[in-house]
Design a protein around this ligand. Structure first.
Ligand code: NAD
Length: 369
């Protein structure tokens, strides 16, 4: 069997994508052979082209094999740069033909938020597994529909929560959940950046679904959930937005929120489009774990104070980047039949809390979950 037909056997379904249904032995063999799964990037904006695409070079199980964009020049430029052949370059109109493209196993959706649902559903219908950026959707109902669509198609769905593959965050999770600081009592998490261009999609509610909370505050929320390993049971929130600022006609600027967890841990979080901040601290009776910055693309710094000793933690040299870690994890899950650590359901959980935060701010009361 030549490489192409092997690929067709392993990745081909009705016409393209038996992978999810392939017997474990076939997948294990593909992994043993070091075969990389093919990703098609959908939405060739900043994050896809500047941050993610260069990282395929680092991947063990993933490679870039397809492109989807509304801009023909981008398809040409990036197609040539990354060696993606013309037959695997799609417009949003021709995208559904990806069904017949055995070189693509996974579609990575990196468009404005309100388009995540429709592209995820189309990709699943075309027999592809789906990686989707955060926030997963603009409502919990849409997020749940995406999970259903992928399940109905027998395809896997993962959300681009890259911090779960970032070494400092992975170590913070291990320490926090090991009881190193004692039972977690408080988490403080602040995330924000200054939103510039008033015409960007992030400030248009129909495309973004909301303001800073959907975009950057979700890092504070997601961190409280991954550090505690618990789901919040009650939410308070206070919004502060200058509606005379042209940037904030449709979406919120700053929103502060508090979360209560079943163990008694509480979190105090900030989300803003008016200040640059990116950090969290987990505290308990025995000490604290501090990441500042916590979730940027690079440059994380971690200090701990445990048993009266303050230390700086650095990852082992050569640790894989969070981006390659994320891309490889999903490919590996597909090759081994495992569920990703951040499946669609993880995105649904964040969306439900985000809706509760907005409701608590709007109604000026504690919302129970
Ligand atoms: P961007 O504006 O740079 O890119 C968006 C892309 O979508 C552009 O190529 C644009 O042409 C395309 N697009 C398709 N339909 C569109 C429409 N109707 N209106 C506007 N653009 C349209 O944005 P980005 O920063 O790359 O963000 C894209 C997604 O990635 C968002 O969901 C965002 O939350 C997520 N993101 C995640 C991270 C992360 O660290 N995980 C970082 C940045 C962005």
């Amino acid at each position: 069997m030549d490489d192409l037909s092997k690929r067709g056997f392993l990745a081909g379904g009705v016409s393209a994508g038996l992978l999810a249904a392939a017997p474990f032995e076939a997948l294990a063999q593909a992994k043993a052979e070091g075969r990389k799964l093919g990703y098609a990037m959908l939405g060739l904006g900043y994050y896809a082209t500047r941050i993610i695409m260069p990282r395929f070079a680092e991947c063990e199980h993933a490679r870039l094999t397809g492109l989807v964009s509304g801009t023909p020049e981008k398809l040409k430029t990036f197609g040539e740069q990354y060696g993606v052949p013309e037959k695997s370059r799609y417009s949003y109109e021709t995208f559904d033909r990806i069904l017949d493209d055995p070189s693509v196993d996974i579609v990575y959706v990196v468009t404005p938020n309100s388009l995540h649902r429709t592209f995820t559903e189309r990709a699943a219908k075309a027999g592809k597994h789906v990686m989707c950026e955060k926030p997963m959707a603009t409502s919990a109902a849409d997020a749940q529909a995406m999970v259903r669509a992928c399940k109905a198609a027998g395809r896997k769905l993962m959300i681009g929560y890259r911090s779960r593959f970032q070494p400092h965050n992975v170590e913070a999770i291990r320490l926090a959940r090991s009881g190193a600081v004692g039972p977690i009592r408080t988490i403080v998490a602040d995330h924000g950046f200054t939103a510039g261009d008033p015409n960007q999609w992030r400030l248009k509610k129909a495309l973004s679904g909301g303001g800073s909370l959907m975009d950057i505050g979700i890092y504070s929320l997601n961190a409280t959930r991954y550090l505690t390993g618990e789901e919040p049971v009650a939410v308070n929130a206070l919004e502060s937005t200058d509606r005379s600022d042209i940037r904030f006609k449709e979406v919120e600027d700053t929103i502060a929120f508090q979360l209560a967890f079943p163990s008694g841990a509480t979190a105090n979080c900030f989300s803003t489009y008016s200040a640059n901040c990116n950090r969290y601290r987990v505290s308990g009776p025995k000490g604290w774990i501090d990441l500042d910055p916590a979730t940027p693309y690079e440059g994380q710094a971690m200090r701990t104070r445990i048993g009266g000793k303050t230390e700086t933690w650095t990852p082992p040299t050569g640790a894989k980047s969070q981006f390659a870690g994320q891309l490889d994890h999903f490919a590996d899950c597909i090759l081994t039949g495992r569920e990703p650590i951040v499946p669609g359901e993880e995105g649904v959980k964040d969306m439900k809390v985000i809706e509760a935060i907005y409701r608590a701010a709007r109604e000026g009361r504690t919302v129970k979950l």
